[in-house]
Design a protein around this ligand. Structure first.
Ligand code: GUN
Length: 282
């Protein structure tokens, strides 16, 4: 069997064009959606991510406000800047790019963002809302994964077993909660799970978000399973690969996301969707 590919680039383009329509309507009504992006320091990967977010805003008709600071920025200054943006009615979403320099407490910074503008969905109030099934902003990467599952007709997961490999606050934990909300039976595994292969082989939906290049191989996949690869790892030769060994996995899986061109583009599309939502909820 050769798995069908889930084309994240094409689906993200569709989401972005839906976002553009909503943004245009809000702009015509005198409320252009706006995202503030704060970058502290000069981490090269973060610079690329931030540039992509800002240009995605522009392409969809959202206003972006990019603020960059040196790595020596004091935490108090960053918190003060966020407080000002919280009060600014012309800014609807606030995103602080992670990681932050070690002298800044990232969780304290995230908690300073108003939950009404927390388009990353990282605030403890957003995480709590997801936990208890209340409305709130959902983290963009797992939200994009759910959109991919809906796209292939797997949005409802009653009777299905989902395995999430990875337990981060940004992906693994919220992903598991969203799969649970879609009625899946969910297992959270991680790099320390004994006999990870046996656990993965139970999965009708397998989400890899562990940050280890090609860790999930074809022999760990149930035939016909949907495999969503969140990993983006840079190899010594400079090329990118996921947490899934695509070559061996595609012979076993029913559906699979490529890296690059899978989950990555969906994350930015869902960020735009959350920002337009924040503006509409104004
Ligand atoms: N760093 C890596 N991924 C993300 C993300 O989704 N949001 C933010 N703010 N920082 C990140």
């Amino acid at each position: 069997m050769t798995a069908q590919r889930i084309d994240g680039k094409a689906l993200a383009a569709q989401v972005r064009s839906e976002v553009a329509v909503r943004a245009a309507a809000l702009t015509a009504a005198g409320r252009q959606p706006a995202l503030a992006v704060i970058l502290v320091g000069a981490d090269p990967a973060s610079q690329v991510y931030v540039r992509n977010k800002v240009s995605a805003c522009e392409q969809a008709g959202l206003r972006s406000v990019l603020e960059t600071y040196g790595a020596e920025l004091r935490e108090a200054e960053l918190l003060a800047r966020i407080h000002t943006m919280n009060q600014d009615d012309a800014i609807h979403g606030i995103l602080v790019q992670l990681p932050l320099p070690p002298h800044i407490d990232a969780q304290r910074v995230i908690e300073a963002i108003s939950p009404r503008k927390d388009v990353d969905g990282f605030h403890v109030a957003s995480a709590g809302a997801l936990m208890v099934g209340q409305p709130g902003f959902r983290p963009c990467t797992p939200l994009g994964c759910m959109r991919m599952l809906e796209h292939i007709g797997m949005g409802k997961l009653r009777g299905k077993h989902a395995v999430v490999v990875g337990r981060s606050n940004i992906v693994g934990k919220p992903m598991a909660l969203m799969l649970l909300a879609a009625d899946a039976t969910v297992t959270i595994a991680h790099s320390g799970t004994p006999d990870l292969a046996a656990t993965c082989r139970h999965a009708d939906v397998l989400v890899a978000a562990v940050g280890r290049p090609r860790m999930i191989t074809g022999s760990m996949i149930k035939p016909g399973a949907v495999v969503i690869d969140v990993g983006i790892n840079r190899l010594p030769d400079g090329s990118l690969c996921g947490d899934v060994d695509f070559e061996s996995a595609q012979d076993v899986a029913g559906w699979i996301t490529p890296v690059p061109g899978g989950v990555g583009p969906m994350t930015i599309a869902m960020l735009l969707a959350n920002t337009v939502q924040a503006c509409a909820q104004g």
